[in-house]
Design a protein around this ligand. Structure first.
Ligand code: ZN
Length: 88
C-alpha cells in the first residue's frame, strides 16, 4: 500500500500538465482512484468544452425546457390508456 496522498480533484488538471517524472503525476498514474478521477475530469471537459459556440447550449436548454413544459401541461389526458375494468 502506498502512502502518498491522493490528488484533490481541483488539482488534477494541474497535475496532468506536470512533467512525466514528477511525484504527483506518478501517483496519478499508479493510483486507480486518482486515475478514475482524472478520466472523469477528462470526460467532463470533453462534454463541456467541445460544444461549439453555435451550439448555443443555454438556448437549447431553454428550448428543451419549453418543449417539456408544453408536453406535460398540454398533453391530452384522454389519450392516456385507461385501466380495464375487471367486471366488463
Ligand atoms: Zn490517489
Amino acid at each position: 500500500m502506498k502512502d502518498s496522498r491522493c490528488i484533490e480533484v481541483e488539482a488534477l488538471a494541474r497535475v496532468r500538465d506536470l512533467p512525466a517524472g514528477s511525484p504527483e503525476r506518478r501517483h496519478v498514474e499508479e493510483c486507480p482512484r486518482c486515475r478514475a478521477a482524472l478520466l472523469a475530469l477528462a470526460e467532463f471537459e470533453r462534454e463541456v468544452g467541445d460544444l461549439p459556440a453555435e451550439a448555443d447550449a443555454p438556448g437549447a436548454n431553454a428550448r428543451l425546457s419549453a418543449a417539456i413544459d408544453s408536453l406535460t401541461s398540454a398533453a391530452p389526458l384522454a389519450a392516456a390508456p385507461r385501466r380495464a375494468e375487471p367486471w366488463m
